[in-house]
Design a protein around this ligand. Structure first.
Ligand SMILES: NC(=O)c1ccc[n+]([C@@H]2O[C@H](COP(=O)([O-])OP(=O)(O)OC[C@H]3O[C@@H](n4cnc5c(N)ncnc54)[C@H](OP(=O)(O)O)[C@@H]3O)[C@@H](O)[C@H]2O)c1
Length: 244
């Protein structure tokens, strides 16, 4: 029997790597993202995995996800990885209200729509939800208030759901990556001044993360190996939280 896992933001970066690892571990990833081109390319790398292109920052996503999973034959949804997200750097003073709204809709509401849309199926399997948060949701840095607040909210969402969904034996955990080498990371490099010095000084383990570093932790939480873990906010960050 298939073991389906819905992965959002699956067309690139961490989401794509999570999907690859899930496939390698015997799961069947269901891919959700925005760019059709990226999803088509990802699907080809993932044994023609099923995919849905939709904007997860709007309430329409709730119905679209529900329809997408309802159409999967022999659906056996054992997991959901809420990974889609984005960052726009700005000081608090320069950030307009749209900046906060954008981060909340993209990083938090997207996870709420996907979780609500998947819930009935996850109840059937006593499934596992993994939210991709950030170390910035645990300890912010300057010029990230919109993003950091959204990831902090995601941490709280993780623990609120862990409590409520424990009644169905659904587990909910978050992985909080530090700086990971993905398209977002490349964007970061062009936006932060003195980036290379900042990067070098901040990394106790001497390197930024790779998507694989995060995918291992995500798959641990999806798998039965973590069957007694819920409400965990796990930093995978090369030790960056130990600095400063
Ligand atoms: N890389 C890091 O340093 C780092 C650190 C901590 C946390 N994170 C978190 O890790 C997650 C994955 O990011 P990444 O680093 O892998 O960067 P990424 O490659 O840019 O991945 C972000 C994904 O989210 C999707 N997405 C964004 N907005 C969306 C929307 N409105 N609807 C549907 N999909 C949307 C993007 O799809 P499209 O490209 O098709 O728009 C993209 O596939 C994010 O939640 C991010 O906050 C990353």
């Amino acid at each position: 029997m298939n073991k389906h896992v819905l992965v959002t933001g699956a067309g690139s970066g961490i989401g794509l790597e999570v999907s690859k690892k899930l496939l390698a571990d015997g799961y069947t990833p269901l891919l959700v993202g925005r760019s059709l081109e990226k999803l088509e390319a990802a699907s080809k790398q993932l044994k023609n995995a099923l995919y849905l292109s939709c904007d997860l920052s709007t309430p329409l996503a709730f119905e679209e996800i529900k329809e997408f999973i309802a159409d999967v034959s022999d659906l056996n949804l054992v997991g959901l990885v809420n990974n889609a997200g984005a960052i726009e750097y700005s000081s608090f003073e320069d950030a307009d209200f749209k900046n906060f709204d954008f981060h909340f809709k993209t990083n938090v509401m997207s996870a709420i729509y996907c979780t609500k849309a998947s819930l009935n199926e996850l109840k059937k399997t006593k499934g596992s939800i993994v939210n991709i948060s950030s170390t910035l949701g645990l300890k912010p840095i300057e010029n990230t208030s919109g993003y950091s607040v959204s990831k902090s909210a995601m941490n709280c969402l993780t623990q609120s759901l862990a409590l409520e969904l424990s009644h169905y034996k659904i587990r909910v955990n978050a992985v909080c990556p530090g700086i990971v080498n993905t398209p977002i990371h490349k964007e970061t490099q062009s936006q932060l001044e003195n980036w290379s010095d900042t990067l070098k000084d901040a990394q106790p383990l001497g390197r930024v993360g790779e998507p694989k570093d995060v995918a291992s932790a995500v798959n641990f939480f999806i798998s039965e190996s973590s069957s007694w873990a819920t409400g965990t906010l796990l930093p995978i960050d090369g030790g960056i939280l130990l600095n400063g």
